[in-house]
Design a protein around this ligand. Structure first.
Ligand SMILES: [Zn+2]
Length: 178
């Protein structure tokens, strides 16, 4: 099994944090990812949707258990399972500094995640309000209230020996540049 962390950054104005709509580890928050076969390099032509609340049984050859996505690509089948509990909301300072913050961990078999799309509803907080933001257009702007979330970027990174070092992943600030 190989583990990947999804890290994001964005510029936040008028709000102090940014995360999935139901909070971290929201069971119904869709993650849109493109996957690449680690054998032949083929990439899925469109984004696949993965969410914690959608579980499917593993193909029999992989043994027992479930995954959040079982997908066929080229002549192979790969699986993706989400590992909750290791993410943090993106805060204002990290965004200003261009630091990437880990929001989710994915356990992958056969394929590697290579591209992420924010196309869903996210949540941000200001002192007075909770903002729900449709990120299908890649940014959010409310010019009257001076609330902006722009410059959204995401990347996947392979995690070395995730289970052995999970405590350090759990307590680390998970921010580049620290
Ligand atoms: Zn392949």
């Amino acid at each position: 099994m190989v583990y990947f962390q999804l890290k994001v950054t964005a510029k936040l104005a008028g709000v102090y944090n940014f995360q999935s709509r139901g909070g971290l580890d929201d069971p119904d928050h869709p993650y849109f990812i493109k996957l690449q076969c680690e054998n032949c390099g083929e990439i899925t032509p469109s984004f696949s949707c993965v969410m914690l609340s959608e579980e499917v049984p593993l193909p029999r050859v992989f043994g027992r258990g479930t995954a959040n996505l079982v997908q066929k690509l080229c002549d192979r089948v790969g699986t993706v399972k989400m590992i909750p509990g290791f993410g943090k909301p993106l805060n204002h300072t990290s965004g200003e500094c261009g630091w990437y913050v880990r929001i989710m961990v994915f356990e992958c078999h056969g394929f590697a995640p290579v591209e992420f799309s924010f196309g869903a509803v996210w949540k941000a907080q200001s002192r007075e309000n909770l903002w729900e933001m449709d990120m299908c257009k890649g940014e959010f702007n409310d010019f009257d209230q001076r609330v902006h979330v722009t410059g959204l970027k995401a990347k996947f990174e392979r995690m070395k020996s995730f289970w052995r070092y999970r405590n350090s992943y759990l307590y680390s600030p998970s921010i580049d540049g620290w």
